[in-house]
Design a protein around this ligand. Structure first.
Ligand code: ADP
Length: 417
């Protein structure tokens, strides 16, 4: 059990590859934090800096109030589970879990108790006498987690622990981790590239891109209030539809125009937009597939059907509209028949103003959460770009031009003592 603090943490590999920049995060005791983002965005590097497996180039990391920048991994009271968990093939499950405790010279009775408790939590009590080769992938991963649990660490780090498992097993293990979290009262930092995993596991999610944090928030916050276009597109499945549209400001009211549709935005959204000083302007309009509605009205976007996918509880209709592909999700009631719309059929869709997400065309930042415009600075020579400066969330989407080399292969388990 411990809180963590990451302050302006930065990692540069070989003086050239900037892997993580301006990383600031306060993690509460017992919080479950998920770092998520595409491959190469700096998630593992961040986790490995917390673990002490990577030196920190700049910034500070505190665990339970203690600065750990130069504290070696084994003295950080941390356990880590990797994607490529290495079990000792010649040892039984029991011995694999007990191994670290034996090295630390725990009394036999204590080891036995801890191993059996961990096995109980992970539902592998029946497997303690087996060797790893007689286990399924999911069972092996549980043993790897068991080895970490018995250490009773202050902080539990997990680096893509499920990505070697097939889809069904991954779903199952995901719920196991939710249960595990309730039984093991500790702080978790979990790394994944899978937004579904992030949404289902995290108390808060940290979304990263190219070394920069894009947004930190609860799953609801990042889903309903994405800070920028990148987060909007990354979180949610199927992906949010993004259109070139127009925001129209008329006195105290705001409308969004897309195709033949003109939709008024609700008071709350309008107030946030006006507070940020928006004027009538072209915008990127984000609409989630489940928020588009087929309609007979004229005040709508005209489209034609490409493909209909039957998903059981919903139909995903792929349309062509405004010169692009659009996905509409239509939920199906218990009694409703699934009827495929023929390809080429003309349809229309509309949306509620409350479902509209508006982003700046240039920066990609969410116009509702933009700071009011700063007064014009006096003209002067442009300053050279400051590499250390933290970008605004919207700029971050455009930031970091560094080439992304092929990631280094994951290491073995240095916590195997
Ligand atoms: P993620 O976990 O999000 O996939 P990483 O943290 O592994 O990303 O990598 C972030 C960036 O740092 C990538 O550009 C990657 O190629 C680079 N990188 C990672 N490890 C090393 C290393 N040991 N040496 C040089 N570059 C590295």
């Amino acid at each position: 059990m411990a809180d963590l603090s990451l302050r302006s943490v930065k990692k540069v590999y070989d003086n050239t590859v900037v892997a993580v920049q301006s990383f600031d995060l306060e993690i509460a005791d017992k919080e479950f934090i998920v770092l998520v983002g595409p491959s190469g965005c700096g998630k593992s590097t961040t986790l490995r800096m917390v673990a002490g497996l990577e030196e920190i180039t700049a910034g500070e990391i505190y665990i339970a109030g203690r600065k750990v920048n130069t504290v070696p991994p084994k003295d950080r009271d941390i356990a880590m589970v990797f994607q490529n968990y290495a079990l000792y093939p010649h040892m039984t499950v029991y011995d694999n879990i007990a191994y670290g405790l034996r090295l630390r010279k725990f009394p036999k009775r204590v080891i036995d108790q801890k191993v059996r408790e961990a096995a109980e939590i992970l539902d592998i009590s029946e497997l303690l006498k087996r060797k790893p080769k007689a286990l399924s992938g999911g069972q092996r991963q549980r043993v790897a987690i068991g080895r970490a649990i018995v250490r009773e660490p202050q902080v539990f780090l997990m680096d893509e622990p499920l990505s070697n498992l097939d889809a069904k097993l991954r779903n199952q293990m995901r719920s196991e981790i939710i249960k595990l979290r309730q039984k093991v009262n500790t702080t978790f930092i979990y790394v994944t590239h899978d937004q579904t995993e992030a949404m289902t596991l995290g108390d808060r999610i940290v979304i990263m891109k190219e070394g920069f944090v894009q947004q930190v928030g609860t799953p609801q916050e990042v889903f309903h209030h994405p800070a920028n276009l990148f987060v909007a597109g990354f979180i949610g499945t199927p992906q949010m539809n993004i259109f070139d549209a127009r925001l129209v400001r008329e006195d105290g009211r705001c409308f969004v125009e897309l195709g033949n549709a003109r939709v008024q935005l609700p008071a709350e959204k309008t107030a946030r937009l006006l507070a940020g000083g928006v004027e009538s302007q072209p915008v990127k309009l984000g609409l989630r597939p489940e928020h588009l509605m087929l309609t007979e009205e004229d005040n709508a976007v005209y489209a034609s059907v490409d493909v209909t996918e039957m998903m059981g509880s919903a139909v995903h209709i792929h349309l062509s509209a405004c010169g692009q592909d659009v996905v509409v999700v239509v939920p199906l009631g218990e009694e409703e028949e699934e009827t495929a719309l023929p390809m080429g059929q003309p349809v229309r869709f509309t949306f509620r103003g409350s479902a509209a997400h508006l982003f700046d065309v240039e920066s990609g930042c969410n116009l509702e959460y933009r700071q009011p415009p700063a007064p014009e600075p006096p003209p002067e020579e442009p300053a050279p770009a400051e590499e250390e400066a933290a970008p605004e969330a919207g700029e971050a989407a455009e930031a970091s031009e560094e080439a992304i080399p092929v990631p280094a292969p994951p290491p073995g388990d240095p916590f195997t003592e």
